[in-house]
Design a protein around this ligand. Sequence first.
Ligand SMILES: C[S@@+](CC[C@H](N)C(=O)[O-])C[C@H]1O[C@@H](n2cnc3c(N)ncnc32)[C@H](O)[C@@H]1O
Length: 177
Amino acid sequence: MTRLILFLLALGFLPQTPSLAPYVPTPEDVVDRILTLAQVKAGDVVYDLGCGDGRIPIAAAKRGARGVGVDIDPRRIEESNANAKAAGVERLVEFRLQDAMTVDVSPATVVTLYLLSSSNAKLRPILTRQLKPGARIVSHAFSMGSDWPAEKVDRFVTARGDEVTLYLWRTDGTPRK
Ligand SMILES: C[S@@+](CC[C@H](N)C(=O)[O-])C[C@H]1O[C@@H](n2cnc3c(N)ncnc32)[C@H](O)[C@@H]1O
């Protein structure tokens, strides 16, 4: 199915979904830090909007949570499914070929993002309208704008020597534009 979609995309038969960010995978040590910042544990439902190769939902599943990954690139969804199988967590994760802007995130207790500031701004009204109060949002590198300061900011140097900033917000049921 994914191969057919790839083929049709290549031929220009399917409409292109607007990209929210290019593919840049989060290093594994940063993935761990994201899940720790969000205090992911068994019982959580972790959505990664723009999931790349599925590493965040897969790492969440290794902590006993359920993971959902969404990406517009069929190659990423294929990789995600293969990686989940290799990690033995395929029953705890689900990967969908879908535009992040159209996802119903209401089942999520945690949403992770590694997109762009402009993409966070587009998703913010959807997230704050749909998520239950107390849900956590963690964004790698990009804030939600000065009018929604993060509850926590985690700045550190990765194993590779890069400086990284993670932002954590907790929803309170108030919709934000
Ligand atoms: C910077 S990567 C992050 C990958 C992964 N979340 C991680 O942290 O390793 C951004 C991902 O978002 C995906 N993406 C871009 N626009 C999207 C959209 N409209 N809907 C869903 N995914 C999208 C890209 O294909 C890419 O895999």
